[in-house]
Design a protein around this ligand. Structure first.
Ligand code: ZN
Length: 102
């Protein structure tokens, strides 16, 4: 068994966006997803539709996920983690770090 490193992270009270901003962003994202779906259904619009869908999903993701940035203690790469996550796996060094929320 590998021993996991634990880092203490202060939970930020507010994300990048306040509630109103997140709702707006979520609505824009959902609207974008619908438009993208229509574009993809027309076949001709499949390529812009796909690009549109990807950016809309990003919008929805930002709106609904409560993310915070932490730094990997092994390789110091920044990683975004959900505020309810108990641990994360670093994308660069693949090591798992346990988060001790303060
Ligand atoms: Zn790392």
């Amino acid at each position: 068994m590998e021993a996991f490193e634990t880092i203490a992270v202060k939970r930020k009270k507010k994300g990048v966006f306040n509630l109103l901003g997140r709702v707006m962003l979520g609505l824009v994202g959902l609207f974008g997803l619908m438009l993208a779906a229509i574009l993809i259904l027309t076949i001709i619009g499949i390529i812009p539709g796909m690009a549109f869908m990807a950016s809309s999903m990003l919008f929805v993701g930002i709106a609904f996920l409560d993310m915070q940035e932490v730094r990997c203690p092994h390789c110091h790469k920044k990683a975004g983690v959900h505020k309810k996550a108990e641990d994360f796996e670093c994308k660069r060094c693949k090591r798992t770090t346990i988060i001790d929320w303060e």
